[in-house]
Design a protein. Structure first.
Ligand code: SIN
Length: 304
């Protein structure tokens, strides 16, 4: 394997950063997130994260307090949802989301169960989507299934044919927020209430956004449902034109040319940049335990 050790910017420490694919993801070695890191090391991790959009640190022995402390260096944290049956007071670290298929006493200990999850950007259907998400692997399926894919949305924009790239520039996308990631309808609404996507509840974000820290442009697609219902709508278009344009873009995205899949090991810590990355989770057997602890780092500005 060729080794590419990069040095970070002037006032950052030099850390060992090894790209994991041609377009996205890098492993950072020899940094222990369970310790308080020097500001120069944090700067170097931040730089690597901006440069590669996803960073992986293996073999991290993290308590939830460590996960929260490290994540807070990048911004304020969202509070994770708690399971409906779980008293709020049970949660020592309310910033930690548990993603798991495990049941204890017949009740789920976390969210998403064992479902495969299609390509999406976390909370694109909110006004201020988080800038980063992290996952720390506590237990993973022993057969190597349940990997997580990451897509470089800078590269996807560049991959569009010139004509399509011209057409998407300046467009605004409605991200309907009445459906959960699993396609269930929220807020007491029904599918019939959601056929007019232009007026459906949810924010409008630019289809091509400029990353506030790197200054680079990338596609911001959000999520897509198959079949009749769509999660997004190009404002000002007819429904047919909007669906046709988005289908054209998604067909290129689904070629997965700028994608890298992380094969989890226990102790892996992954942090991705939600502003320029979509992710998906591959299938795994419900008979296998998978437990991830996660944080979400708030952004301070809306997508522009
Ligand atoms: C997700 O945020 O879609 C879940 C990722 C995972 O469980 O690997």
């Amino acid at each position: 394997m060729s080794v590419n050790v990069e040095s970070a910017h002037d006032d950052a420490a030099t850390i060992d950063v090894r790209p994991l694919s041609e377009t996205i993801g890098a492993e950072i070695r020899d940094v222990d997130l369970s310790t308080e890191l020097a500001p120069s090391t944090l700067d170097a991790v931040h730089r690597a994260w901006l440069d590669h959009s996803v960073v992986v640190l293996r073999n991290q022995h993290l308590e939830d307090a460590d996960l929260v402390r490290f994540s807070k260096h990048f911004g304020e944290l969202d509070f994770g949802p708690n399971m409906a049956w779980q008293p709020e007071s049970d949660r020592e670290h309310p910033e930690v989301f548990v993603i798991s298929n495990v049941l204890e006493n017949g009740k789920p200990i976390g969210f998403l169960g064992d479902t495969e999850v299609d390509w999406h950007t976390d909370l694109c259907h909110t006004v201020l989507p988080p800038k980063a998400s992290t996952l720390h692997a506590r237990e993973i399926p022993s057969d190597g299934s349940g990997n997580t894919g990451y897509m470089n949305m800078y590269a996807l924009l560049e991959a569009l044919p010139d004509d399509l790239r011209r057409r998407v520039d300046g467009l605004q996308l409605k991200h309907e927020d009445a459906h959960t990631l699993q396609g269930e309808v929220r807020f007491g609404l029904s599918e019939a209430d959601l056929t007019d996507l232009e007026n459906a509840p949810g924010p409008v974000h630019p289809l091509v956004r400029t990353h506030p820290e790197t200054g680079r442009k990338c596609l911001y697609l959000g999520r897509q449902w198959n079949g009749e219902h769509r999660a997004t709508f190009v404002m000002g278009m007819t429904r047919a034109d909007s669906d046709a344009l988005l289908d054209e873009i998604w067909a290129i995205a689904r070629r997965e040319e700028s994608v890298w899949y992380h094969k989890w090991q226990v102790g892996d810590f992954v942090m991705w940049d939600n502003r320029c990355v979509m992710h998906r989770r591959g299938p795994f057997s419900s008979a296998m335990r998978r437990i991830m602890h996660r944080t979400q780092i708030r952004d301070t500005e809306k997508p522009v």
